[in-house]
Design a protein around this ligand. Sequence first.
Ligand code: 5GP
Length: 173
Amino acid sequence: MRERITPLFSEAQIRARILELGSQLTQDYAGKDLVVIGLLNGVFPFIADLVRAMELDFDVSFMQVTSYGGGMHSTGEVHILKDLDLSIQGRHALVVEDIVDTGLTLFKVGNLLKDREPQSLKICTLLDKPSRRKVQVPVDYVGFTIEDHFVVGYGLDLEGKLRNLPYVGVYHP
Ligand code: 5GP
């Protein structure tokens, strides 16, 4: 598997960008009642590094939705597998995602969360592939904008594997 990967963002590049995002978020959410919401599974390395770059007090909770059926193409259907374990009503919600591709996942998750009446709802993603968008979703914080590549590593998987790579690379099937 690993021999089919071309490195795209190194550990050091990712770390540097997350420190920038962290200080931006620290400024933007100062004095606010914040809930950081991670979308499992792919977000785990990113959210672990991001929350440690934010010098604020906030809650962290996770949701799990399905999008890819284990292959390389989105099914377009999203199902909630695990829900938040806290209320976001009247609070500031920040959804953290590994990558925004078609936007369908965040569109669905965004609508579901808006029904819970947060005071604000914003999105932070490590990677953004705007050329693949099928529905428009406002992405407020982006680590890196990328071309239409299938990427793996740093949480992003190929059929469940490669999430543990410390860098992000392009997978060549
Ligand atoms: P969307 O609903 O925006 O099409 O897709 C979001 C989800 O699809 C991401 O959370 C991720 O799990 C998966 N995904 C989209 N693009 C890629 C990619 O290039 N590589 C990997 N490994 N997963 C992707």
